[in-house]
Design a protein. Sequence first.
Length: 256
Amino acid sequence: MKFRSTSQSGQVGLVVLLIMTGMLTIGMSLATRTTQEAFLSGKESDSARVFNAAEQGVEQALSSDLDFPGESISGTVEDLDGIDVEYTINKINNLETRLFEGISVGVDVTGAGDGDFLQIDWSHDTDCLTDIASIIASVYYDGAGITQARYYPLGGCDRSDGFDLGGVIDENGYKRRYNLPLLAGDFLVRIKPVYNDTHVKISSSDFTMSAQYYSVRSEATSENSNEARIVEVNRSLSSAPSIFDYAIYSGNSLTK
């Protein structure tokens, strides 16, 4: 009887030991998982704070005076707890963007003279069956103290609509080009795609174009975690809505 009791006690002790080992393993697993979740939660929270700080840098940059000398300026955002924010604003003299059909973009051509040209590249498509966009270019100029406009319909494909066909190119992804003639006194060109959306690139090698839009880059870095976030945005020049392309302009008054 004594031998049997000792054997049973040993089996009970082994079972208890296995149960305790299992519980310890489960406890350690839960503790590890909890620690990992807490770490990831803290990292996500810190990442969100850094991203928000980078956006704050963009907001401060866009609210600053953009009429600055030179090609770029830099700045910082102060009073952010443990986060360093630096932003840079660059002037971009050429305009490259994607335009939706019927939506105009303005190009500042102040400083152009007689015989200068504005190079308009557009469309990444080559096949006219894909309905390559055409362009309507409106050139505004000062005519004896009165603002006037002249218009250039530029065709991407021959649609028998009276548009002047652009030249066929294959440069930097663009397939159509038109060199728009400018005159002294021209100060604004509005570009509007018709028939389809299109990518456009507008530049000139004849005169120095002023800033057409501003590129803002804001970088925020956490001092504690080295977490970094970068936000980049572009701000175009102020421009009248596309509906004003259909309005009648009068320097003084309208006469019926």
